[in-house]
Design a binder for this molecule. Structure first.
Ligand code: XMP
Length: 506
């Protein structure tokens, strides 16, 4: 495996995903909390960082321990750190070096650049530049603006590159990472979705034996794939609980329940809508609504779980980004919204936790699901927030408003699917606004609700752009909604990006 040492770059997870795409296992560890270097580790990648090596308390590690023993690749800050620590110099650059650049002087005889074309496009993102190479290093790449864009220590497998091979804008980036990981470090490319399923199932069998496991299904990809893996290992000893909180999409409860049963899972469906509506009564503040929904979920789940005798474990769909220890170089980030995720563990349920997906990224989860033949309608599902329509009805939630919004959402989402637009969008839905507006239908004046449609493109939900849906399509959907859904006489389309807006309205 490969060890990726994180200095806080926004791209660190991307390096890990690229390495995984090469079917090589890797882990990210923060620079201040490194694991023991065992013989499983075949090479080290040093990430970028928002810091400058010229700052007094900039993050650092003792690279000399590994030099000559393990292959090392320093990316951006990682390369600057090596220059700085080993007799080179790093200075603030006087020209801006962000974005596209072309390497006009690749040393293609170097094994790192094997098969990389001259003049290949790379992506730069740095404020500092290496003005003098470290002692014993040889130049292997330059661009017109950055002379020292790549170096190698002579007679060692220690490399530094100033550009980011992990971003897709670096045309031959994957090739460079492949050269490093496979040719230079000698990792075999055996970490595939199938091998993951095989090893996980064996490990789960060993760990769980004849114990019973309870797991909360949400209808989303993560909990579904986690359930299928555990089910493969222990069959009917896995008890899945799927709660209808009354805030799901139209007909979703029934459909999801049926598809889970079709997969052979042992699913207990619980219709708890009224309990959730009662808990939400009178609440208008988004965080208060989230808390009420989260608390009710735990109560309902706990009641059901207690009906199963002798449960020992709680299964969860936690994925790698949820547990990677983050490097906080610019102070702790503030909570903008408290994201309640299905399956929080109440203290009074003394269960052990099993999280079979905790080493996977989202794309890995999908691949593993696919290799277990999970149907596309579950795998390709848009993300949907745990509190569901509860945070898409602005203001107080009532059963009547839920029904209106379910119908609106259904017209929008079915339309996207019919027109083949669904898969190109990251997430879509509708918001019911606490606003009435005047309209005219026939000869009648109406005074009814406004709904906002939202569709965004994104890779991870952290940033997003509004989807440029065809006007024709938006027109049709708007017409359908106003004609078919009682209580709505106006439809607007949200054209804000994140940041500064967020995807949800609450
Ligand atoms: P925002 O609105 O923060 O949303 O841009 C980013 C992603 O998170 C989802 N989201 C939630 N998911 N519980 C969840 O499980 C929540 O309370 C919650 N709030 C937002 C949102 O749907 C989007 O995918």
């Amino acid at each position: 495996e490969i060890l990726i040492i994180d200095f806080g770059s926004q791209y660190t997870q991307l390096i890990a995903r690229r390495v995984r795409e090469l079917n090589v296992y890797c882990e990210i560890h923060p620079f201040h909390h490194l694991p023991e270097i065992t013989e499983n580790i075949k090479g080290i990648i040093l990430s970028g960082s928002p810091c400058s090596v010229r700052d007094e308390d900039s993050p650092t590690i003792s690279i000399e321990e590994w030099r000559g023993k393990l292959p090392i690749l320093g990316v951006c800050y990682g390369a600057q750190l090596m220059a700085n620590n080993f007799g080179g110099s790093v200075e603030a650059s006087n020209t801006r070096e962000y974005g596209r650049a072309f390497v006009d002087d690749f040393d293609s005889s170097n094994e790192l650049f094997n098969g990389v074309s001259q003049n290949s496009q790379v992506w730069m993102s740095h404020g500092d530049t290496i003005t003098k190479l470290p002692n014993g290093a040889k130049l292997i790449a330059s661009t017109s603006a950055v002379k020292n864009a790549g170096f190698v220590f002579e007679n060692e497998k220690t490399f530094g590159i100033q550009f980011h091979p992990e971003v897709t804008h670096s045309t031959d980036g994957v090739k460079i990472l492949e050269n490093f990981v496979v040719k230079i470090c000698g990792c075999d490319q055996s970490y595939t979705p199938n091998s993951f399923v095989e090893t996980s199932v064996a490990e789960l069998k060993e760990k769980l034996g004849n114990d019973k496991v309870v797991l909360g299904l949400s209808g989303g990809v993560d909990s579904s794939v986690a359930a299928l893996l555990i089910h493969k290992a222990i069959g009917k000893n896995l008890y899945c609980i799927f709660v209808d909180n009354g805030l799901l999409r139209k007909n979703e409860y029934q459909q999801v329940l049926e598809s889970y049963q079709g997969l052979g899972l042992n699913v207990i469906g619980v219709d708890a809508s009224q309990r959730f509506y009662a808990a939400l009564k009178g609440l208008t503040d988004p965080e208060a609504k989230r808390k009420a929904i989260g608390k009710t979920f735990i109560e309902v789940f706990d009641d059901e779980a207690h009906k199963i005798s002798d449960v020992k474990w709680l299964g969860q769909g936690t994925i790698y980004p949820d547990i990677i220890e983050s490097v906080s170089v610019k102070g702790p980030s503030v909570t903008i919204k408290s994201h309640h995720n299905v399956g929080g563990l109440p203290d009074f349920m003394k269960l052990k936790i099993v999280e079979p997906l905790k080493t996977l990224f989202k794309d890995g989860v999908r691949l593993v699901g696919k290799s277990m033949e999970m149907p596309q309608h579950i795998l390709g599902r848009h993300p949907f927030p745990g509190p569901g329509l509860g945070i898409r009805i602005l203001g107080e939630v009532t059963a009547e408003k839920v029904e209106i919004l379910q119908n609106v959402d259904d017209i929008f989402i079915s339309g996207l699917k019919e027109k083949g637009l669904y898969d190109s969008i990251w997430q879509a839905g509708a918001m019911l606004l606490p606003v009435q507006s005047v309209g005219v239908m026939g000869d009648e004046r109406t005074y009814e609700s406004v709904v906002a449609l939202r569709a965004v493109t994104s890779v991870d939900g952290m940033t997003a752009d509004w989807a440029h849906l065809p006007y024709e399509f938006l027109g049709e959907v708007s017409n359908n909604i106003i004609n078919k859904v009682r209580g709505v006489n106006r439809v607007v389309y949200d054209i804000s990006s994140k940041p500064p807006a967020t995807i949800e309205w609450e």
